[in-house]
Ligand binder design. Structure first.
Ligand code: KG4
Ligand code: ZN
Length: 334
């Protein structure tokens, strides 16, 4: 059967739409929301209002770029969760209305599963089973993937997500939101071993990042008390050292997961997979341990609708459609 799927992503502060035609991405449109920058983080109420303003032009652009008419669509997909309720509601309501008007089925997609399935947008595609370290602003997970729709979380953070640790570090350093990419940028010119931050060793394959955040806070407070210019004078070294610490924690558990499962197909996904330090460390571990490593293209690391479209494609093939009364789930389980 031919599939022409419109997918909508609105879980946080990006309004995105994509059209997928028979398994291939025909368009991928993203409207980022600059409104949050001056608040140093996403303001949920402003996010949902911006989604309301953006959704019509973003969807129209996605259809136009893919040269597809509304009437050609065979399904409409949307991010059901996890995410901000008000933001999810805009995408869900729009998708439902569109599916109803066009009389096509709805596909509800799990945002984190979609991050993983972004690996099936283009070649090279991982072979099953593979492990995926899924790292974003809200999640840090190691997932065992046995099939497109067959995934199991085998380790995860017990407190903060690693993306949050990057963003909060950036905030403490006085960098604008979202700070993760800026920490990455400054780290490039710094010495990763300039400073050491103690991490908490969690049992099994789980993670903890809240202790490091506090360690960084105290470190900055103590150094700034002695030298008020400590941060601007040592910004690159601080960023490089924090990044090195966070990446090491991720890699340590990923190595453990690979050793325990015997799986050597290893992928990363989610916003933090754009991080250069993480990409380099993964490639190095791959060379050392004989892993086949999969790193998404930059545009498919952070939130986008192409990944929602691909996930919807596999769900549609499996006949997994949703009824019109499906509701967004801010804390959606697996
Ligand atoms: O997947 P994503 O776009 O949204 C969520 O689902 O959360 O991930 C956003 C997170 C933010 O914490 C952002 O700072 C982080 O990914 N991020 C990065 C980089 N690019 C995005 N963190 C470190 N280095 C980067 N280059
Ligand atoms: Zn995401």
């Amino acid at each position: 059967m031919n599939h022409v799927i419109l997918a909508i992503e609105s879980s946080c502060d990006e309004t995105a739409a994509s059209v997928l035609i028979n398994g291939k991405i025909g368009s991928n449109v993203i409207a980022a929301q600059a409104v949050h920058q001056k608040y140093g983080g996403v303001v949920p109420e402003l996010a949902s209002r911006a989604h309301q303003r953006n959704i019509v032009p973003v969807v129209a652009q996605a259809l136009e770029d893919a040269k597809v008419r509304k009437e050609d669509l065979t399904a409409v997909a949307f991010t059901q969760g996890p995410g901000l309720l008000g933001s999810l509601l805009v995408g869900a309501s729009f998708a439902k209305a569109m599916a109803l008007a066009l009389n096509v089925p709805l596909v509800a997609v799990h945002h984190m599963q979609a991050h993983i399935l972004a690996h099936f947008i283009d070649d090279p595609r991982p072979a099953f089973p593979f492990l995926c370290l899924t790292v974003s602003g809200g999640h840090t997970q190691i997932v065992r993937v046995d099939g497109y729709l067959d995934m199991e979380i085998i380790g995860q953070t017990q407190d903060d997500a690693v993306g949050e640790a990057f963003d909060k570090t950036a905030k403490m350093l006085g960098l604008p939101y979202p700070g993760g990419p800026l920490v990455d940028q400054y780290a490039a010119a710094g010495n990763p071993k300039a400073y050491a931050f103690p991490g908490v060793d969690m049992p099994g394959l789980d993670f903890s990042f809240s202790g490091i955040k506090t360690a960084i806070l105290y470190f900055l407070r103590d150094h700034t008390a002695k030298n008020p210019n400590f941060v601007p004078e040592h910004l690159a070294d601080i960023c490089a050292s924090v990044q090195y610490t966070l990446v090491n924690i991720l890699l340590k558990k990923l190595r453990k997961a690979a050793a325990e499962t015997g799986i050597r197909e290893i992928a990363i996904a989610g916003g933090v997979s754009a991080n250069r330090g993480l990409r380099d460390a993964l490639n190095a571990a791959g060379r050392e341990l004989g892993w086949q490593v999969y790193i998404p293209k930059f545009e498919y690391c952070t939130d986008n609708a192409a990944m929602i479209a691909v996930a919807a494609y596999y769900k549609a093939q499996a006949g997994q459609f949703s009824p019109q009364d499906v509701t967004p789930m801010p804390r959606m389980e697996w």
